[in-house]
Design a protein around this ligand. Sequence first.
Ligand code: HEC
Length: 110
Amino acid sequence: MTRIAIVSAGLVLLWAAGAFAQDAARGRQEFVDSKCLVCHQIAGEGNKKGAALDGVGAKLTPDQIRQWITNAPEMAAKAGIDRKPPMKAYTDFPKDKVDALVAYLSSLKK
Ligand code: HEC
């Protein structure tokens, strides 16, 4: 019985890790498609003058990254950032798209 429980728990973990990796891969594509690279740079790709997001997963929690995407003006005000051009609040993104972007950016830990 315990063995079955351990194996099932292992399977659930594997599934979760797989789902996360899949989300991260989709998030990378969404990042490109959503033109985030116009203002941001990841691994040297994107606007050379843009804010680099390498290592953002080590700097911010997934929740903070989510708030940046959906409410950047408030996050910038809180952090005292007034870099131009400012980032808008992407309030029209469906939840699964934001989830994917958060999974991708959280995976960037340098
Ligand atoms: C018009 C320019 C612009 C666009 C487009 C843009 N951003 Fe931003 N973003 C900024 C600026 C300016 C900041 C402020 C922080 C900085 O300068 O590092 C920022 C900050 C962030 C941060 C917090 C970074 C940190 O180190 O605190 C995240 C995460 C982020 N953006 C994600 C995105 C995503 C995802 C997209 C695409 C959906 C996007 N941004 C599109 C300009 C932009």
